[in-house]
Design a protein around this ligand. Sequence first.
Ligand SMILES: *Cc1c(COP(=O)(O)O)cnc(C)c1O
Length: 465
Amino acid sequence: MNYLSTRGGIEPVGFAQAVMMGLATDGGLLVPEHIPQVDAATLTQWSTLDFRGLALEVLTLFVGDEISREHLRTLIERSYATFAHPEVTPVVEQDGLRILELFHGPTAAFKDVALQFLGNLFEYLLERDGGQLNIVGATSGDTGSAAIYGVRGKERIQIFILHPKGRVSPIQERQMTTVLDANVHNIAVRGTFDDAQGIVKALFNDLPFKSAYRLGAVNSINWARILAQTVYYFYAWGRMAQGDPGRRISFSVPTGNFGDVFAGYLAKRMGLPVDRLVIATNRNDILTRFIDSGSYAVSDQVYHTLSPAMDIQIASNFERYLYYLYDGDSATVRALLEQMQRTGQLEVDAARHAQARADFDAVAATDEQTLAQIRETFEATGYILCPHTAVGVHAARGRSDTLCLATAHPAKFAEAVREAIGQEAPQPPSLQGLMDKEPRCTELDATADAVKGHLEATLATGTDA
Ligand SMILES: *Cc1c(COP(=O)(O)O)cnc(C)c1O
């Protein structure tokens, strides 16, 4: 399978190159040349497979012959052996509540589903094709730990994760800094998340530095992350439809960068009988406003909410949807994004807006509604939602046959849960004892030069400078 850029500026590349590239060199996002189709008989057959078997079938369609089936099977086995639940992503039904639990990975958030696979995939491709990768990223919480756990101990990969000192939750900080593998380098910058992100951007924009130090990213625009997330839509459908290809199911998806809900859209385009896809956002509601109005307009600020992993101003994967909305017309996609760059806003025509409304519903939840949902669900069912999941459950109110994606374990967001129900969720084993473990972290000034110097010294000596 070959991959193209949403902006049309690259020659087609194969799967391995698309994964290593991350962002297309013309600034666009990589998309497959065509979307593979899955017929009803195949769906019925797939619905008997376990998560790993299903992952092998779905991924094979997009990998083509670039990785042998046996190697792919091994990568999948290794990636999901770290999950605490035998089903990997189980469906839970309790007193009318329907939840797809995506938080049984090592960092108790759904990003593990994709990043455990991406880490193994990077390692395999670097070993096979030769090379080294130095991953650099900034995090305000969940992504950093999931990325670190994805690549810890891997050959040919070093990872540097910047977080704003004292501004991530204690659990999230400990999840990152207590991973003591030699290839993991945590940096606490004396500044804000925006400072940390600005430094990472500056490093990537310094092209000589970027290529000399083989910098790579693990952000949510990597195609392999989307693919790994597509698997659980098929899996959940199989559990609920029990092989009846006529059964249509809706999904409510807590959304920030549009990665998770785009994976659902992809599954639907492949032929999965999805009824409605509900985009659930918090107060940072650029996507909800787009579905309501047809105008995609950046707001004047990022609001800090109880669902911080969704506190995002611009949804980076939205460009992929625009590409499909315009039937692969990359010239128009490029023009719309240039308009967005210039004016902070883009608009689609009435027909496209109608199509977007046919593709998605969208609901935004306030913090008050989020807390009320955690409380109401707990009182009705005894089940404890994390605040992100609660946004999705709120968005699904009054809908039948809707499965809500649970994106994090509630114990990760203990304060919000306590505020809602006066108690905390019991911690899963992966979060226990974190505060007693030994941390390792380097503190630096919030400047690109300080971080560059640290990277150079660490890579030269092989230990944290
Ligand atoms: C990252 C994250 C989200 C948002 O996922 P996107 O792919 O960015 O839409 C939702 N919930 C949690 C807990 C997350 O970590």
